[in-house]
Design a protein. Structure first.
Length: 297
């Protein structure tokens, strides 16, 4: 299988490319920058996508997008929208004009598409939510739909927070927790949808391989946990205390609206469709996922 990967140098993308190559597939990174003769490139702000060097493609896994982990100023909201919605629309339009469009297009999305829903159990059949992240996610997913008109199978991978030895949320939290400065955020009752990096990659491979799997899939572990439960589990994995609590007002003062949606809100998401398909998680429980991540650092 020949697979074009955007975001190939990111946390999930680099691991996916390695997994594809390990099993004998060809991973073709879509590089950012000016046109090159030896590699497919794109420059979304400049409006160009050059896929000619990619050759015939069986599938595309689209993972690129600016990080949501910084303050959402009005200007940065535009960056987030452009890097997800506009860039996806540009890529999709180019793919649709290929003599033979890819058979499969897997687009990254996020559990934030459901909005802050408290204790409500959320599956792929649940209504989408409201708020900036939910609207961004909805628009991001919609940008891929024109490919269906040329017969491409569309899959939306709604990722939870990825637990990995290096990079992602754990890399940001590890220094604080190792110093004994970890703590819950606000009430700690908000849910965290999460997935181990190995399971995120394995889910993507399954979605690539199984032509019967289409539409949205929650790429999360079966065990959703609250922020307080995550705090206790991570402190235990590092054998450190985590006695602190960061008041909600402090987070709002420091992060603005981002605090309410990303830190104080949450989604109790379950991977119903992956479970129905018989997918087997390597790390279905948070404690074992954290222990594995920390043993690799």
């Amino acid at each position: 299988m020949r697979v074009l990967v955007t975001g190939a140098t990111g946390l999930i993308g680099s691991a996916l490319c390695a997994a594809l190559r390990a099993r004998g597939d060809t991973a073709v990174p879509l590089r950012r920058g000016p046109r090159a003769t030896d590699a497919p490139t794109w420059d979304p702000p400049a409006g160009h996508v050059d896929l000619a060097p990619a050759g015939d493609l069986d599938a595309v896994v689209h993972l690129a997008g600016a990080t949501i982990g910084r303050r959402w100023t009005a200007r940065y909201r535009q960056v987030l929208h452009a890097s997800r919605v506009a860039a996806t629309a540009q890529l999709v339009a180019t793919l649709a004009t290929l003599p033979v469009p890819p058979a499969t297009f897997i687009a990254a999305s996020a559990s934030g598409v459901y909005g802050d829903r408290g204790d409500e159990l959320l599956t792929e059949h649940s209504a989408l939510g409201s708020g900036f992240l939910a609207t961004l996610g909805r628009d991001w997913e919609a940008a891929a739909t024109p490919l269906a008109e040329v017969g491409t199978r569309l899959v939306w991978a709604r990722f939870g927070v990825v637990m990995a030895p290096a990079g992602g949320m754990l890399a940001q939290l590890r220094p604080l927790f190792r110093l004994g400065l970890g703590g819950r955020l606000g009430s700690g009752r908000q849910y965290l949808a999460w997935v181990a990096l190995d399971d995120a990659v394995a889910a993507l491979l399954r979605l690539l391989d199984d032509s019967a799997m289409a539409g949205p899939f929650n790429v999360v572990a079966p065990e959703a946990v609250t922020n307080a439960e995550f705090t206790r589990a991570y402190a235990a994995a590092l054998r450190r205390p985590a006695p602190w609590a960061v008041p909600a007002w402090v987070l709002r003062l420091a992060m603005g609206e981002m605090a309410d949606e990303l830190l104080l809100g949450g989604q109790r998401v379950v991977p119903a469709r992956l479970q129905e398909a018989g997918f087997a998680w390597r790390y279905p429980r948070l404690a074992t996922a954290l222990a594995a991540a920390e043993s690799s650092t």
